[in-house]
Design a protein around this ligand. Structure first.
Ligand SMILES: [Zn+2]
Length: 194
């Protein structure tokens, strides 16, 4: 069902391309390559990559990282007019939070068949509940999303017990934890180049 036709697909592919780029950045940062962008009126208002490794915090999923950025600048109500593009189906935790936050629509790449909350394992987006359900469209650049995950597992296996330097850890933790607007961090992020 979540892999049905996506209306106006090319419009959504453009934003999923941004999410894929975030996932590639996560891969380069030794994080599970999941990336996302939140889009309001055609404009990206939040970006996130999975940050659980550097932060040692299992809740630093890409969606939560981006939501923290959005909540720092906007009222929660903006999410009612905002769509999420994420390379991997949101997990049960994120799918539930997105519903409580009132997300308008979720577009994702590949299914998360272990922890998925939008059809992969559970249906947090549509099950009976207090909060308004949201529609979900999966399969946009699915193969690329899967290939990124495969590359990550190959990369991790090859590295074995390679230990990150303190500065690497600090840099990546900064990405995941600190306010993305902090001037001292300018230049750390690929999307800061403008
Ligand atoms: Zn999650």
């Amino acid at each position: 069902m979540v892999f049905g036709p996506v209306p106006n697909r090319s419009y959504h592919e453009a934003f999923m391309r941004n999410a894929i780029e975030m996932a590639e950045f996560a891969l380069a940062s030794d994080e599970t390559p999941v990336g996302c962008v939140f889009v309001h009126n055609g404009e990206i208002i939040g970006r996130g990559i999975n940050g659980t490794n550097a932060s040692l915090n299992g809740t630093r999923h890409a969606e939560f990282v981006a939501l923290a950025e959005i909540m720092a600048k906007h009222p929660q109500s903006i999410l009612r007019e905002t769509d999420l593009y994420v390379t991997v189906e949101p997990c049960i935790m994120c799918a539930s939070a997105l519903r409580q936050y009132g997300i308008r629509t979720v577009y994702f790449g590949c299914l998360n068949d272990r922890f998925g909350g939008c059809g992969g394992v559970m249906n947090m987006h549509s099950d009976a509940g207090v909060d308004k359900p949201y529609p979900v469209y999966g399969g946009i650049f699915r193969e690329e999303a899967i290939m990124l995950l495969r590359r990550f597992y190959v990369q991790e296996n090859e590295k074995g017990k390679l230990v990150m330097t303190v500065s690497d850890k600090g840099r990546i933790a900064a990405l995941c934890i600190l306010n993305l607007d902090d001037r001292s961090l300018t230049g750390l992020f690929p999307w800061d180049s403008t």
